[in-house]
Every structure is written in C-alpha cells, then in structure tokens.
Design a protein around this ligand. Structure first.
Ligand code: 13P
Length: 237
C-alpha cells in the first residue's frame, strides 16, 4: 500500500480545517494517509485518529529557542511523523545545518522521519546524484543505529517541480529513485522507501502511478482542496 502524505504547508485556517475534516470523514484510508497540517491544527486531526505529522521539528529537545517547537510538545499534540529538510525549510531557515540533529532527535523519540531531498535544477546526472548523495549522507551517516523498520522514509522532491505544475519524465524519475534506493542499500545496507513529491495532481497521477519504484507521494497544493485530494487518493493504488 502506497503512503499518501498531505503537506498543507502554511495554508488553511481553523474553519477551513474543520470543514475539510467533515468532508473527508469516512472517505480516507487512515492506514496509509498522513496529514501534515500547520501546528495549531495538528490536534484536530489526531483527535479524530488520523495519522498526523509535523512539517518540521526543532533540532534541540529543550531550551531557549524563541519561535521553535520541540518534538516533545509535538508528541503531546499527537504526531507520529515529522518531515525533515523540506526544501522550504532549507531555503528560508538554513536547515541544511541541522538535518542530522533533527533526524537523530525524532528517531530517538520514536517519531518517523520523512527526509526531503531533491536537486535544484535539471543538470547532468552526475551533478544530480552527487547532490543527492550529499543530502543523504548528511542525514544518515551519524544516525545509522537508530534507523530501522521503516522509521525513515525519503521524499524525493526535485526543487524545480515543487509548486511548478511540472513533473520529471518517467525515465528521469525511475533513474533517480533507483539511484537513491541503490545508493542507500549499497552504502548503508538499509532498504528505504522513497516517496515522490512535486506538483502531484489529478492530471499527472496516472502517469506517476506507472512507476513501480515510487512507494508513495508527498502532496502539497492538491491536498488543500478536499475534493481534489479525495479524487487523487482514489487513483493511488
Ligand atoms: P506541491 O505539490 O504544491 O508542488 O508541493 C510539493 C511539496 O513541497 C510537498 O512537500
């Protein structure tokens, strides 16, 4: 069963979320769907027994970091997953520096990590693979003893595809996702699931579904509208 992850980013207000929850009631497979709403609304999902995650966590467990949120506080709200290293966190918050610490802290607390990686533009295969290797090594090499039983998943999101309505062609995706899986297997002896993220929508999902190597999706814009999201989930096998 593929994982379906809905990343709301900084969208929707409380009334929108309440309405969303009403409309999706009994229409979502709770086993393979995980919602990543904004922090104030996490509890609205966990109270209804949806699987819910945080879009980020602090790299520190406690301390004086104004504006940050601790994994312990998020656990109290009901999260069982967190994204780490989403492109938008790397871009606006210098997240590259903290990836390894965030992965370690989440895994220690038994929170599953969806590690986001992806290159910034279509360059040579070698450049793309080297870039992805660096992002993988940064997150994994100091945390190997903590990675087990699917508690770390990769979301491959080419930056140029996020919010652009453009997705990579199937060969590009097959090659890149194979590279990620093979590299992690050969270097770290771990079998890691890889999700695809970036402009997943109702027009392209049938094309993406042809790629057997994709283990699920991280969906931004299309997850914000409950009708589109429900229609999308029906097409994912
Ligand atoms: P879009 O689906 O809006 O392109 O966003 C992708 C994304 O960043 C999910 O984390």
């Amino acid at each position: 069963m593929k994982l379906i992850c809905a990343n709301f980013k900084m969208n929707l207000l409380e009334n929108d979320v309440l309405n969303y929850l009403k409309k999706i009631n009994n229409k979502i497979n709770k086993k393979n769907t995980i919602f990543f709403p904004s922090i104030p609304y996490i509890k609205l999902f966990s109270n209804k027994n949806y699987q819910v995650g945080s879009q980020d966590i602090s790299f520190l467990e406690f301390g004086s970091i104004t504006g940050d949120i601790s994994v312990n506080q998020l656990i109290e709200l009901g999260i069982t997953y967190t994204l780490v290293g989403h492109f938008e966190r790397r871009k606006y918050f210098d997240d590259d520096k903290y990836i390894s610490k965030k992965v370690k802290l989440a895994l220690k607390k038994n929170i599953k990590v969806i590690l986001c990686i992806g290159e910034s533009m279509k360059s040579s295969d070698e450049e793309i693979y080297n870039f992805l290797k660096d992002e993988i090594n940064e997150a994994l090499e100091n945390n190997l003893d903590l990675i087990k039983n699917d508690n770390l998943i990769i979301a491959y999101e080419p930056i140029w595809s996020i919010g652009s309505k453009v997705i990579p062609d199937n060969n590009y995706l097959i090659n890149t996702i194979s590279f990620i899986k093979d590299y992690i297997k050969n270097t770290y002896q771990k079998d890691i699931k890889v999700l695809y993220g970036g402009s997943v929508n109702l027009e392209n999902i049938d094309i993406l579904e042809k790629i057997k190597k994709i283990d699920g999706y991280l969906i931004g814009g299309t997850s914000l509208n409950y009708e589109d999201f429900l229609a999308l989930t029906k097409k994912i096998k």
